[in-house]
Design a protein around this ligand. Sequence first.
Ligand code: NAI
Ligand code: 15L
Length: 274
Amino acid sequence: MPAPRTVLLTGAAGGLGTLMRELLPAYGYDLRLFDVAPIPGEPDAITADLADKGALREAVRGVDAVLHLAGISLESSFDKILRANIEGTYNLYEAVREEGVARVVFASSNHAVGFTPRPQGSTPLERDALIPVDTPHRPDTFYGLSKAFGEDLSQYYWDKYGLETVSVRIGACFKEPTSVRMMSVWMSPGDGARLFHAALTAESVGHTVVYGSSANTRLWWDLSSARALGYEPQDDSEPYAEKLIAEQGELDPGNPDHACLGGHFTTDPPIWPH
Ligand code: NAI
Ligand code: 15L
């Protein structure tokens, strides 16, 4: 497909959306912004809910691709996750299909596979195998379940309609890692922009699932499907190791919060409606 220029950025008001608004224009994209929350200083941003099918249809009209970040980004009640993440993502894909947009980059999450045991050890030599991208879905929350749904929805729209998606199982994309666990799954904002750019421009992706992280020394998963898109990570969380380990200690194999990829998401109690 020709390199996309006009990209709809959903979730543009959020943490990752704000970082990508700063970084992606340097790659030549003209971003159209969409979020249920208003974005100060962005009068052209579309302020609408993913439940608003008419607004979504208009928002995707004429764009070359969609970077879909909008949704609830942590655990919540099933009802809220259902509306924003499951129905919302379905509504987006229907709008994309109806308007003939060729590609979506979907912000999945490590929590789609959060109950996968983490590789042990803190160095590449101590860890025997990195987690492959085709490991079975093992969601750790209703939130993670919605990301597993989003990946399957993407596969369905590729098989049925030829609509391409790169599902990026993001680790944790913040300016700096803030925990010892996060050092294994961290994606620097600069690497995030590099990976989204690769996902938007690689040829013939069908539905491809990739992990989204930097080239961390303490990496837990296999980045080869991301590298196959042309992604070349530049960053590593290791410079933060000394400070974080001094504050928090190394991961403890006997601590259930440290046993799986999803960390405390696997042990937090579910959130029921009230
Ligand atoms: P965030 O919570 O800061 O931003 C999400 C944005 O989506 C918010 O601005 C919110 O207003 C918008 N939104 C929520 N429901 C909406 C709806 N029904 N209609 C329209 N807009 C809606 O989250 P963040 O950190 O920016 O994450 C962005 C995406 O990346 C999310 O889908 C999240 O699940 C995913 N992700 C992020 C990670 C990270 O480290 N930041 C890690 C893994 C996945
Ligand atoms: C996510 O999916 C969340 O959106 C993000 O806020 C982080 O908590 C991240 O996972 C993580 O696993 O640390």
